[in-house]
Ligand binder design. Sequence first.
Ligand code: ATP
Length: 234
Amino acid sequence: MLEFDSVEVFYGKVQALRGISLSVEEGEIVALLGNNGAGKTTTLSTASALVKSHSGKVRFNGADITKAQPWTVVGAGLIHVPEGRRIFSTLTVLENLQLGGYLVKDRTAVAKRIERVFELLPLLAERRAQQGGTLSGGEQQMLAIGRGLVAGPKMLMLDEPSMGLAPLIVAQVMQVISSIRDQGTTVLLVEQNARAALKVTDRAYVIDGGVTTVAGRAVDLLADPRIIDAYLGA
Ligand code: ATP
């Protein structure tokens, strides 16, 4: 569904991606693991056309999106939930969700998707009139994910959804990600919390220095000494 073929990205003279190749199949949850500065966020930003690649190809659903515009990518159903939640703190939960459907012409479809988000995340339904900025960190993360769902994704890309959250809340976020896939949306997940991510993902890639260094099924990676030593602790 999403494919990167030898993608290179530069920020000025800094080369962030040095030939990334990876693929995500329909119905999968795939994680990108790796340390700070490895190139995980840049990979997502390249897919959503917020960053332009220097060379290589990016394909989504059979279409070449290497030189596409961000709104074309959104229209094709590839939705990026950026790091740091970035909800609108003075708008209500409902208004934040409505903004997720900003580019969708069919308002009935948007209303239906918001109802589905409320079924998936009942805590947002209870707080629909509350200002986004007054939600807890975990609730804000759920809102950011919910807003992504209102855009009608075929594939949802989530950047560090566990960041700054307590372990119990991280587990809840991972459970929500699992439910999203069960309801038919493919997920590409960037995580520094490898242990939490590998529990819900089918496959993962480790990115290091702008290239993928290890790739495999989550069950195999959980037992791989290279992953245990570098990303899972003893
Ligand atoms: P983190 O988990 O810390 O966000 P990451 O794996 O997502 O790390 P990226 O944010 O993709 O890594 O960064 C990859 C490299 O590109 C880093 O060396 C970073 O300093 C550099 N970089 C990222 N964004 C920019 C930018 N806008 N301008 C210049 N360099 C950048």
